[in-house]
Design a binder for this molecule. Structure first.
Ligand SMILES: *Cc1c(COP(=O)(O)O)cnc(C)c1O
Length: 385
């Protein structure tokens, strides 16, 4: 089964471009809000790094989600969109001074701090402004997510977070700083996680940590378990809305929240992944000695995930219903890795046919580059047509 697209309207538009099904986005957000409201103290932030298209952000902002940022630029974009500052959290191993100052000026909900040197700088910059910065410590829980090594973040070998054994020392340091207010702990173990067992392992680790801290009379107001819930790239139409019920229920069942404690989530891919497609046009069908190539006008500059992570995106010829043939689908960029998929079956391709690369709403448009002096792809939502 193929996706449904307003193909006639697409004919007038310069390819390649992103198409966002805002109906699916709204349904997804509704499901998130319904599931979250079943659990006391649960708060959801959208990880804006997955897709920062202003029209998409608008829809997410209107649904009432908070925002999870990893740069000053993202904080700026969130504030411009209308996300309330007190719903913005900010993580990142390398926050520069201007970014910290921006967070202080906007009075964001909290900085997720990843090292003592960073904590010292936040304290110093906050003091200069006569402000107190809320901080959570990002703890590296040493819990593995069984996905691609390039998107695993919660192992001791990764650059992210503060080592478990340093946690109490860091909390103690923070308590001595006048311009720092310690408000909780932050975790994020990786991305594209479909095995609830990985989240269960995180819950168990967080429970151990809480027990340990309580012994030392350290109180935690907020626990932030990051994001990472994956989507079904193989079957974008089968269950276009991820299983948020199973996800939130896992945390509700296993993570032992204390009275009054808030549990924060930072979901990116699961919110926007399935609602986006990269639409591209077939330029040439080229016969090689052993195979045939469908050469399209989108390249790794428009969607880098296949080249960067070996990621799979379902590809459909949305202009043709002819019998399928086997193609390598490749872009025009001067790199051998500019290949979207090898040996896949598509309805017979002709010059001019529109091709959809599905499940491209997350880490697609936002990762586009101008390599080869290319024009950045535009993003359109359903309402634009
Ligand atoms: C990337 C990121 C997220 C979102 O990850 P998804 O896999 O898209 O849900 C959440 N929190 C932090 C700190 C991140 O870096």
């Amino acid at each position: 089964m193929k996706g449904t697209f307003p193909i006639d309207k697409f004919q007038e538009i310069q390819t390649p471009f992103y198409y966002y099904d805002t109906d699916l986005l709204r349904e997804t957000l509704k499901t998130i809000n319904t599931e979250v409201s079943k659990h006391e103290g649960f708060v959801v932030h959208y990880a804006i790094k997955a897709n920062a298209n202003p029209k998409v952000l608008n829809v997410i902002c209107q649904a009432g989600l908070g925002a999870d940022c990893v740069s000053g630029g993202e904080i700026q974009r969130c504030v411009e969109t209308g996300f309330p500052s007190n719903k913005i959290v900010y993580a990142g191993v390398g926050k520069s001074d201007w970014e910290i100052n921006l967070g202080l000026d906007k009075e964001i909900f909290c900085f997720n701090v990843e090292s003592i040197p960073e904590l010292e700088i936040i304290n110093e910059l906050a003091e200069k402004k006569g402000k107190v910065a809320n901080v959570c410590f990002r703890i590296n829980p040493n819990v593995g997510a069984h996905t691609n090594a390039k998107i695993t973040t919660g192992l001791a070998e990764n650059k992210f977070g503060i080592a478990l054994e340093d946690m109490e020392k860091v909390i103690d340091e923070a308590s001595k700083m006048k311009n720092i207010h310690f408000i909780g702990l932050h975790f994020h173990i990786g991305s594209q996680i479909l095995d609830m067992g990985d989240f269960e392992a995180l819950c168990n680790r967080v429970n151990d940590i809480q027990d340990q801290l309580e012994k030392h009379h350290i109180k935690i107001e907020n626990i932030n378990v990051g994001g990472g819930l994956g989507i079904d790239y193989q079957h974008p139409n089968r269950c276009p809305i991820p299983d948020f019920k199973a996800y939130f229920d896992t945390y509700a069942k296993l993570l032992k929240l204390r009275p009054g404690q808030k549990l924060h989530f930072e979901l990116g891919r699961a919110v926007v992944g399935q609602m986006g497609s990269l639409i591209t046009r077939t330029l040439y069908v080229k016969q090689g000695s052993f195979k045939q190539f469908a050469i399209v006008d989108a390249g790794m500059t428009d969607l880098i995930r296949p080249a960067l992570y070996n990621a799979y995106h379902k590809i459909e010829n949305i202009s043709s219903e002819e019998a399928t043939e086997t193609y390598d689908v490749v872009g025009p960029i001067c790199e051998s890795s500019d290949v979207f998929s090898k040996a896949i079956d598509l309805n017979k391709c002709h010059r001019g046919d529109l091709i959809a690369l599905r499940s491209a709403g997350a880490y697609g448009e936002i990762m586009a580059s101008q390599y080869n002096c290319r024009v950045l792809p535009k993003g359109y939502i359903k309402e634009d047509f």
